[in-house]
Structures are given as structure tokens and as C-alpha cells.
Design a protein around this ligand. Structure first.
Ligand SMILES: [Zn+2]
Ligand SMILES: [Zn+2]
Length: 341
């Protein structure tokens, strides 16, 4: 009997519908995952607004997920039917220079499962065996679905090379910003300042690893950082919003020789900033995107990060539109909206 699959697709801005597709015959190296939890990501919201720089509509959504292995292809050796798993949703070629140097995050042909129609806002997803990770007992399906964004945060924090005792500023207490705070704490940063306009998000950020919270709607961020650091500024900053004003703050709050890591997605990519500061303060600016060998680290680190606190809303799959509306609604107080097929 042919299994049918429901897949959520954003077909025009703010609108999702379901496609019905038969679950295809598995190829040798493929694994069929019955999706149990699928989280809405900030990048899904850029897609939903029709403003994602590299994902024009229509797009199937869902790339942060966990589930049970329902079937495996004939050549699969490590993954077994019945295992609880999460999946690294990128697809790389394995042949380009970057891949052959082990830097698959820079693969010339990198793609993502959801761009190929295999979105995880669905009953089933077909993935390749090497991208499948078993969930340890301390992760539920819901927290397991958050390993993907935690890997994004892990990647950014590893690139920032956080050292023991350092002072860090994170601009934006969205899920990624808070996860960056959690990973900075585990990396030994001493002062972790996080800034946002929402007191409830800041409260949560303090529970998961930040040491200081600044409501930048109520207090000037540069002044607050000067106050907290005794006028010194921070060693490392993270821009987790994707906005010009935040980009500038990420630079202006740094100590001399500091590093800003830009993680936010810029719907308006052109920014203007005081370039002279780069020279006078010998500042470094770098980006961080996606992950490369970060999933195992994120899974290990998740043992003592209270990821369940991030899940503020859950919906069944047939209420995907409502789930997306909740995630898009700034007043809903949502951090992570998880859909459960
Ligand atoms: Zn994501
Ligand atoms: Zn490649």
C-alpha cells in the first residue's frame, strides 16, 4: 500500500496549504522518518513573509524536527527502524573542494531538505543516513527538534572563539540569541549581556545562561553596556536580529580588538556603519551561518540546557496556519512554536 504524506507549503506570503504526495520508494542510503515534532524557525518566518533572500515562494517549510525511524533503505547500516532521531537538514555534494576539506558548510552545492520539497511540517520526511542523529534519553521529541537551532548557535559561538572569563553581548533574545547565551555560558564567558525589547524574553534568557539583561526599548544599549562593563566594552558581540541599528550596536559596544559575529538574516541587506571604528579599535566582523560538525556538540551540550523552556506553543499539524500566525504575531509571546504531526 502506498503511504501518503501531507506537507505544509507557504504558497503566498503568510499563507500555508498542504500538498498530498505519496511517500517515495526509499533509495539505498535513505531513511524515512515519521515526524513527531517540528519547530518553526526564524528563517521560516522570513520565508512566510516572502522575504527570505534565497528561498522564493512557494517553499515547503520545516527543517527543525525529530521523529521515529519508520523505514530504512537497503544500504543503511547504522540507523535502525524505531530509533528516535533528529536530522541535520542540509544536503551537500561530498565532491567539491570544501567538502573534500571537511568544510561541508561551505559546499558549493549545499542545499536544504525543505528546498527540495522535503519539508518537515509533514507526517513523513525522507533523509539520507549520514545526516541522522539518534536522540539521547535526556531529549524529548520537542527538545530534540531544537537541536538544529542549537547547532546554529553552537556554530556561531565556536566561530566567535569564546574564552574563559570573557564578556559577551548578544543583541536579540530570539531563540537563536538565547541559545547563543546558553552556549557562551557553557564556553566559560563570565559576563553575558543580552538585549531585547521584550521583558519576558529577557527573563527567559536569564534562566538559560545570560547574566545581565538590557531592555533596549527602555535604556540605551551602548550606555547600558558601558555601565555593566565599567566602561570597558565587551570582548565579543553577536548580532542576532538582522537590522542596521543592531549591527552598529554590535560594533560600537566592542572593546579594542573585539569581534562581532553576525548571525541575523538581513531582509534589507545594505547597512551603513562607522568604518573608522574598525581601524581605531582594530575590530573584526565575521558572519556565522548554519553548521558544520556542530550537531554532535549541540546534542552533547543539550544535556544541561533547559531546552523545554523555549517551547511556548504546540499545535497539531492540521493547525499549521495557526501555528505560523502565532509565531509571526509579535504579541503572542512565542519563542518556539512546535508542530506535532
Ligand atoms: Zn532553523
Ligand atoms: Zn560539496
Amino acid at each position: 500500500m502506498q503511504l501518503m504524506n501531507r506537507i505544509g507549503e507557504v504558497y503566498e506570503p503568510f499563507k500555508v496549504h498542504f500538498l498530498e504526495r505519496p511517500v517515495p520508494e526509499l533509495k539505498e542510503d535513505e531513511v524515512l522518518v515519521k515526524v513527531k515534532a517540528s519547530a518553526i524557525c526564524g528563517s521560516d518566518l522570513h520565508i512566510a513573509r516572502g522575504l527570505h533572500p534565497s528561498a522564493p515562494l512557494p517553499v515547503t517549510i520545516g527543517h527543525e524536527f525529530s521523529g521515529d525511524v519508520a523505514a530504512v533503505g537497503s544500504g543503511v547500516t547504522k540507523v535502525q527502524v524505531g530509533q528516535r532521531v533528529t536530522v541535520e537538514p542540509c544536503i551537500v555534494c561530498g565532491k567539491c573542494d570544501a567538502c573534500r576539506h571537511g568544510q561541508y558548510g561551505y559546499c558549493e552545492h549545499i542545499s536544504f531538505t525543505y528546498r527540495n520539497g522535503d519539508g518537515a511540517m509533514a507526517d513523513y520526511v525522507v533523509v539520507k543516513e549520514p545526516y541522522v542523529y539518534e536522540l539521547p534519553d535526556y531529549l524529548t521529541y520537542e527538545t530534540g527538534s531544537l537541536i538544529e537551532p542549537l547547532s546554529v548557535a553552537t556554530h556561531a559561538v565556536r566561530r566567535a572563539d569564546i574564552r574563559l572569563g570573557e564578556t559577551v553581548l548578544i543583541i536579540g533574545a530570539g531563540a537563536i540569541g538565547m541559545m547563543v547565551a546558553a552556549m557562551c555560558r557553557r564556553s566559560g564567558a563570565a559576563q553575558i549581556i543580552i538585549a531585547d525589547f521584550s521583558d519576558s524574553r529577557l527573563e527567559l534568557a536569564l534562566q538559560v545562561g545570560a547574566t545581565h539583561a538590557v531592555n533596549s526599548g527602555k535604556e540605551d544599549l551602548e550606555e547600558a553596556v558601558a555601565r555593566i562593563t565599567g566602561g570597558k566594552g565587551v570582548d565579543k558581540s553577536f548580532e542576532c536580529v538582522g537590522r542596521e541599528s543592531c549591527f552598529i550596536q554590535a560594533i560600537m559596544t566592542l572593546k579594542r580588538n573585539g569581534t562581532a559575529t553576525v548571525v541575523g538574516i538581513y531582509e534589507k541587506p545594505q547597512v551603513e556603519f562607522p568604518a573608522s571604528r574598525l581601524v581605531t579599535h582594530e575590530i573584526k566582523i565575521q558572519g556565522a551561518q548554519g553548521y558544520c560538525w556542530d550537531f554532535p556538540i549541540a546534542i552533547a551540550a543539550a544535556r544541561d540546557i533547559p531546552l523545554e523552556k523555549f517551547v511556548t506553543h504546540t499545535f497539531p499539524l492540521d493547525r499549521l496556519q495557526e501555528a505560523l500566525d502565532t509565531a509571526l504575531d509579535g504579541k503572542s509571546g512565542s519563542v518556539k512554536v512546535v508542530v506535532k504531526p
